[in-house]
Ligand binder design. Structure first.
Ligand code: ATP
Length: 324
């Protein structure tokens, strides 16, 4: 069994070979495995941890390719299902010159949206010490009910619930629907990671100071053990019931930010599964977050998420170089 289990979407990202052009001007696209929860599972395995992924792809060549990639990376894929009647999800990505991205999705509906409760690998969920998920599977039925059932089982089985909403606005019927659904499971989570942009979106982009809106979100999850707000090159802020603070990231030459947040989560969860005390010990938490920030930073130095996820040696090299 795997101590870290991630649940959600696994898809093919088509990434342009040249950055800074619109989708119509891009000369060619390279296929890359994508889907935030799947990236996190791979990120954990790269760092030497043990992770499983639960989700659904089409019974087609893209679906098989994705599952093969996860397997090669050491991810336990016994919880992956193949749908004979639906295609694997695809996303075309525009890469701006500053490394930021926009997405155009092909899901009508794709296999990931069609996973039903009966397809859940209950034993895998029962064995999880950390259950990590996003919000894309909350968009429509039947994946929404499946997601909620998986959460309930993980919680009843004693897993820590880790939530990174990973807002993808074009997938939602409206911004209001995205906000409502993302917040609908907010109270369930033990750990939440959002970006500063997601904070602004979820709090409706008010004029209050960032710290104030972060606190308003934090207080909407009464059982939250750790709330993290990442801010690209500026690192992250952390909030727990006992302490709060900020950890800086590491300077790197950024090429593509894809997967930085997933690498950050993988780094943190990998530390957390080894040492639960970091939820209550600030020094241990800061050290884990430095590690997580370095994981995120390294991932921005290459194209695509999975190819750029670091191994432990890369992370230690970056941390130690800066510390010297
Ligand atoms: P994404 O959705 O692109 O995967 P995200 O928006 O969830 O990412 P970010 O805040 O972009 O998350 O990045 C996560 C972490 O990765 C940051 O907290 C930071 O530590 C590191 N990071 C990201 N971008 C950079 C960068 N350009 N330079 C250094 N570190 C970075």
């Amino acid at each position: 069994m795997a101590p870290i289990v991630t649940f959600g979407e696994l898809l093919v990202d088509f990434v342009p070979t040249v950055a800074g052009l619109s989708l119509s001007d891009a000369p060619a696209f390279k296929k890359a495995p994508g889907g935030a929860p799947a990236n996190v599972a791979v990120g954990v395995c790269r760092l030497g941890g043990i992770a499983a992924f639960i989700g659904k792809v089409g019974k087609d060549e893209f679906g098989q390719m994705l599952v093969d990639v996860l397997k090669e990376e050491g991810v336990n894929v016994r919880g992956v299902r193949f749908d004979p009647n639906a295609r694997t999800a695809l996303a075309f990505v525009t890469l701006r010159t500053d490394g930021e991205r926009e997405f155009m999705f092909y899901r009508n509906p794709s296999a990931d949206m069609l996973m039903v409760q009966a397809e859940l690998d209950m034993d895998l969920i029962r064995g999880a010490r950390i259950f990590h998920f996003g919000s894309i599977s909350l968009i429509s039925e039947p994946s929404r009910s499946t997601h909620l059932a998986a959460l309930k089982l993980a919680k009843e089985s004693g897993a820590l619930l880790s939530y990174d909403p990973n807002l993808r606005l074009p997938l939602w019927p409206s911004p209001e629907a995205a906000r409502d659904r993302i917040m609908s499971i907010w109270r369930e989570a033990d750990i939440i990671k959002v970006s500063d942009e997601e904070v602004k979106f979820l709090t409706n982009g008010g004029d209050e100071k960032l710290d104030e809106v972060i606190m308003s979100l934090y207080h909407q999850a009464p059982n939250l053990k750790l709330f993290l707000v990442t801010d690209g090159p500026d690192g992250c802020r952390y909030y727990t019931p006992d302490f709060k603070g900020q950890v800086e990231s590491y300077p790197v030459e950024t090429v593509d930010t894809t997967g930085a947040g997933d690498a950050f989560v993988a780094g943190l969860l990998n530390k957390l599964v080894q040492d639960k005390s970091l939820l209550t010990d600030e020094a241990a938490l800061r050290s884990a977050l430095q590690f997580a920030c370095a994981c995120g930073a390294i991932t921005t130095t290459g194209r695509g998420a999975i190819p750029s996820l670091p191994v432990v040696d890369d992370v230690l090299k970056l941390i130690n170089n800066v510390a010297v």
